[in-house]
Design a protein around this ligand. Structure first.
Ligand SMILES: Cc1cc2nc3c(=O)[nH]c(=O)nc-3n(C[C@H](O)[C@H](O)[C@H](O)COP(=O)(O)O)c2cc1C
Length: 224
């Protein structure tokens, strides 16, 4: 095995979604370098269809307040529909993830009030100092969504490699009107998800759990 693959395995293995951050902002140059690394992502005919706005303090707090107000009072209306049903094996994966997440926070299944507060943490951007809001030019059709996904994977790996923490959040895409008002996306852009960015609060219980993965045979078939 090459040393490069070993390094990449270490970075990919260390990456995790972080849901509690220190308030310390990340210097713009450091963020820009990570986004520049992800900019190398491949895409259909090199169309590079990701459209991204990154907030820094104090703007992050303005967007945070607007998102919390929308989540408390508004009806979700995502540009791209969220999944409605989770057939197996996806339902089991989803349940295990939720169970571990609420377990890490010590929230019981029937504790509606604390579950609501935990859900609202998404809109508080988990107190991160930065939010990236990610969209795609809808005129390119569904394949452009793959391009954005590839870009996201590279971006998250680059954050980990630089010691930065992040959490992808489709939750905030439930309120695209607020994000458009606050951040000024072009009308042809569908908003897909946010990314909370900053330094991990390593002491927070919510950052202590790790999600599992199926063995590779569950997803990948080799045929000779
Ligand atoms: C497109 C996308 C949207 C996501 N949306 C949310 C979200 O709204 N809230 C959240 O807490 N985590 C969200 N996540 C994080 C996933 O729950 C997480 O990636 C998954 O459970 C695997 O855990 P890991 O990232 O720690 O490996 C999202 C991840 C992706 C890729």
């Amino acid at each position: 095995m090459s040393a490069d693959l070993a390094t990449l395995e270490r970075v990919l293995g260390a990456r995790k979604s972080v849901r509690a951050f220190l308030p310390t902002p990340v210097p713009r140059e450091r963020l820009a370098r990570v986004f520049a690394a992800a900019q190398r992502a491949p895409s259909w005919c090199n169309t590079q269809p990701w459209r991204v706005v990154v907030t820094e303090p104090p703007r992050t707090d303005v967007v945070r307040d607007a998102l919390v107000a929308a989540a408390r009072g508004g009806l979700p209306s995502p540009d791209v529909p969220f999944p409605m049903d989770y057939p197996e094996p996806y339902l089991a994966h989803r349940r295990a993830c939720g169970f571990a997440l609420y377990g890490a926070m010590g929230i019981a299944r029937d504790d509606k009030s604390r579950r609501y507060d935990a859900w609202l943490r998404n809109y508080q951007i988990f107190d991160a100092p930065h939010l990236a809001v990610v969209g795609v030019d809808r005129r390119l059709g569904p394949y452009a969504l793959i391009d954005v996904g590839v870009w996201l994977g590279q971006l998250l790996a680059a954050f980990t490699a630089d010691g930065l923490a992040a959490c992808s959040m489709a939750s905030i895409a439930a309120y695209p009107k607020v994000l458009r008002e606050q951040l000024g996306f072009a009308p042809e852009v569908d908003l897909l998800f946010g990314i909370a960015i900053g330094l991990e609060d390593e002491a927070s219980p919510i950052n202590q759990f790790r999600t599992a993965r199926d063995p590779v045979e569950a997803n990948v078939t080799f045929l000779a």
